[in-house]
Design a protein around this ligand. Structure first.
Ligand code: NAP
Length: 499
């Protein structure tokens, strides 16, 4: 007799701890609720939900994935008349979802998980927060994200700088930039979004660029009146539009990461964009990347490059040597030093993306330490589970993040997979080492075909060079793999039933 018949819906009594209340944790919470599982908590280290969309509040912050796609598939934005969602809209969207699905009562804020320890005899996990609270659960789902730890380079003399200095993910809203000399260090997607806004206010802006990025144009933020009317009167068009942008991204952008058929036209588009947006040829030359397109995340922005035409914006490409009380000293190629004054330094220098789950300590079966297992670089079966850590799942795990489509699509696939695993409860589910090994071989092969080894980026572990963050194939491939593997779950997972 199947366990479900013997104990109808026994799995719905599973006690779950979700760590993180960003998009991933909220999606997990929604699906637990939809499945009728009520015994769960979502622990969030911040004082509010939202994850990166709570922490990143810099001017111009938003998502360059259209809102029709950057949302849960079953929960569109209420007002989808803006093509690209800004940070306030995304945060409001997440708050609405939390309210609609009754997640508030499951939420524990200001609860940073410090340790998660598996007890083999009880087959349960204990999560302890930094302030000593303990939570026990049958299942842990870590949804802490990959871009949660701001990286601030340790420049010599940084402690002597007398002005304001902050990271893009820790924006100081009390710092008035009006008329001031601002230094923006870094030129990734965050810098691109904030620069036009900063340049409008500041007296002068120096952009410190170490490596130029490929930038492609972003379509208009607003839909035209005709499209708005069509979307309003025929809502089905909105779901067709979602499918269209999903397919276009998968079919056109996936080949770019493998230098496939679309990389050349997209590179030409980026070149054309630069040519038409920046007037000065010398400046254009300094803004032209020499690495393969797709090696780093492509910037999608139409306002960034023209900002360099402004009188009050300078591009600085000399290496930063040190900071002084009043500015930044750079070193030129001929060994000369030059100090540029700054009142404010904005670190748009990215995140410690390869430090998955740090600073949490996760101890699995027989005391296996997750961080030690990941010493060469993080990895997980489908980015979701790993041997030695029964009933421990990841959302936003290793090799699952995207630069070429919507991360929410990936999250939904991970959550669907985890929900199917939960249907085996009460049980211990653990990925077999063999399954992990063959997945690792597949992943290594897939990654070896990408351009990601050709430049330095946050996609790679800085110590070992292993590509640990992005998914190396189409998202349809991920959809297929997660669907197929869940159908043959017992082939990949050791499933021990418990009464
Ligand atoms: P990032 O892409 O990692 O860019 C960091 C920048 O800082 C790079 O230009 C890097 O130069 C520079 N940098 C780092 N350390 C430096 C040092 N010691 N000296 C000089 N320059 C240094 O960070 P981000 O812009 O915050 O973006 C992170 C990710 O967030 C993106 O890749 C994207 O996935 C996501 N994001 C998405 C959106 C969106 O619209 N969907 C918007 C913003 C961010 P090098 O290139 O030389 O290393």
């Amino acid at each position: 007799m199947s366990q479900d018949l013997a104990q109808p819906m026994a799995w719905k009594k599973t006690k779950v701890i979700v760590i993180g209340a960003g998009f991933g944790g909220i999606c997990m919470g929604v699906q637990l609720k939809r499945a009728g599982i009520e015994d769960f908590r979502i622990l969030e280290r911040a004082e509010e939900i939202g994850g990166i969309w709570h922490h990143n509040t810099y001017p111009g912050c938003g998502c360059d994935v259209p809102s029709h796609l950057y949302c849960l598939s079953f929960e569109p934005y209420v007002d989808n008349m803006v093509r690209y969602p800004g940070q306030p809209e995304i945060l409001a969207y997440l708050q609405r979802v939390v309210k609609k699905y009754g997640l508030r009562k499951h939420l524990v804020t200001n609860a940073a998980a410090k340790t998660a320890v598996y007890n083999e005899s009880s087959a349960r996990w204990t999560v302890t927060t930094v302030d000593g609270r303990e939570y026990r659960a049958d299942v842990i789902v870590s949804a802490v994200g990959q871009l949660d730890k701001p990286q601030i380079p340790q420049f010599p003399g940084a402690e002597t700088f007398q002005g304001a200095a902050f990271h893009t993910a820790q924006w100081d809203h009390d710092c008035d930039l009006s008329g001031r000399k601002v230094a923006v260090i870094g030129n990734g997607s965050s810098a691109a979004q904030l620069l036009p806004h900063v340049a409008e206010k500041a007296g002068h802006v120096d952009v410190y660029q170490r490596t130029p990025n490929w930038v492609i144009p972003k379509p208009r933020e607003e839909f035209g009146p005709l499209t708005q009317a069509a979307f309003k009167h025929f809502p089905v068009l909105q779901s067709l539009y979602r499918k269209e942008i999903y397919l276009a991204a998968d079919l056109l952008l996936t080949p770019v990461i493998r230098q496939g058929w679309t990389h050349w036209p997209i590179k030409q588009l980026a070149r054309w964009h630069l040519h038409h947006q920046v007037i000065d040829p010398d400046l254009r030359a300094r803004l032209t990347p020499d690495h393969a397109i797709g090696c780093k995340r492509i910037t999608v922005d139409s306002r960034y490059l023209p900002t360099f035409n402004r009188e009050n914006v300078s591009l600085v490409t000399e290496k930063i040597s040190r900071l002084t009380p009043s500015g930044i000293v750079t070193e030129s190629e001929d060994g000369g030093f030059h100090e540029r004054a700054a009142d404010v330094i904005i670190y748009a220098t990215g995140f410690h993306a390869s430090e998955f789950l740090v600073p949490m300590d996760v101890l699995g079966r027989r005391g296996r330490n997750l961080q030690q297992e990941w010493a060469e670089g993080a990895e997980a079966y489908l980015g979701i589970a790993l041997p030695g850590f029964p009933n421990f799942y990841l959302v936003h795990g290793p090799n699952t993040i995207l630069g070429h489509n919507s991360n929410i699509f990936m999250i939904e696939n991970q959550v669907r997979f985890i929900m199917r695993c939960l249907q085996h409860m009460p049980a211990t589910l653990e990925v077999r080492s063999q399954a992990m090994e063959s997945y690792r071989s597949w992943m290594d092969e897939a990654v070896s075909k990408t351009v990601w080894h050709g430049c330095s980026s946050w996609y790679r572990n800085p110590e070992t060079g292993r590509v640990t963050n992005p998914w190396p194939a189409s998202t349809m491939r991920y959809w297929m793999l997660t669907r197929l593997q869940v159908l043959r779950l017992s082939a990949a997972f050791d499933i021990k039933r418990r009464s």
